[in-house]
Design a protein around this ligand. Structure first.
Ligand code: DGL
Length: 269
């Protein structure tokens, strides 16, 4: 049986499109309904309570589009609101933390793993709890890198200022001799080159995007919810901010699949 309903994906802005890229690569027959909450971006410095409210509101909007599964494609929203979103909707919900932790636990040889993310992602302790539950022998070193998101938003992936900041942010992870590092923010895969340059080729960089896509495949397959369509699916993109700006930047994050975007006025809701 084939299920043609879309997979709902949301993020505080454009970063979640790195997760969409991975889902489209693994599941090219699946239509995607994406919401970027750009009017209220960034989530990283916001209180967890506020992020919970936003995340549940967006998940409920996605239900009106008849989604069959929801991906919280934002580390900040997963850290603060995964349980609340799961409780609020009748469809399966996938966050970006568990898949990344699982991959890191599998990959690390010296049992020292680094995590970089936004302030709320690091301070919520969500990654720390996940490691403590699944692999208490792994020593995790976490570092918030709030300015990385600004650089990505400016399209700056190579400047001297960025590299100086990367050296500063990543020094504690180098001191901790991590052999595996989680890019715990959906923007960071776009800084992979700079981060690899600073950390060196021996540190494995894991993005939550690829691991999350694998989880989405497994859940849809287990529940008999995969689409078996052979024609190209129609994707929908929506943003709470300027939809034209979203579509233009979205093409940089994802590619030509972002043909246009709708405006959903969450800020006024
Ligand atoms: N999607 C957000 C995250 O993964 C990007 C940054 C933000 O909203 O602060 O944490």
């Amino acid at each position: 049986m084939s299920d043609p309903r879309p997979i709902g994906v949301f993020d505080s802005g454009l970063g979640g499109l790195t997760v969409v890229r991975a889902i489209m690569d693994d599941l090219p027959a699946e239509p995607i309904a994406y919401v970027g909450d750009t009017a209220r971006f960034p989530y990283g410095p916001r209180p967890a309570e506020e992020i919970r409210r936003f995340a549940v509101q967006i998940a409920q909007y996605l239900l009106t589009l008849d989604v069959k599964l929801i991906v919280v494609a934002c580390n900040s929203a997963t850290s603060a609101a995964l349980d609340q979103v799961t409780a609020a909707v009748p469809v399966p919900v996938v966050g970006v933390i568990e898949p990344a932790v699982r991959a890191a636990v599998r990959a690390t040889r010296n049992r020292r793993v680094g995590l970089i993310g936004t302030e709320v992602t690091v301070s919520s302790g969500a990654y720390q709890r996940s490691f403590a539950e699944s692999a208490p022998d792994v020593e995790m070193t976490a570092r918030p890198c709030p300015r990385f998101v600004e650089f990505v938003e400016r399209g700056d992936t190579t400047s001297v200022e960025l590299l100086d900041e990367a050296h500063r942010y990543l020094a504690p992870l180098q001191d901790a001799a991590v052999d595996t590092m989680i890019l715990g923010c959906t923007h960071y895969p776009l800084l992979r080159g700079a981060i690899r340059h600073v950390m060196g080729p021996d540190v494995l960089l894991l993005s939550s995007a690829d691991e999350t896509a694998a989880d989405v495949y497994d859940i849809l397959a287990a529940k008999g919810l995969l689409s078996e369509a052979v024609e190209r699916p129609v994707h929908r993109f929506a943003s709470s901010g300027d939809p034209e700006r979203f579509a233009a930047l979205g093409r940089r994050f994802l590619g030509p699949e972002v043909a246009g975007a709708l405006h959903v006025p969450f800020d006024e809701a």
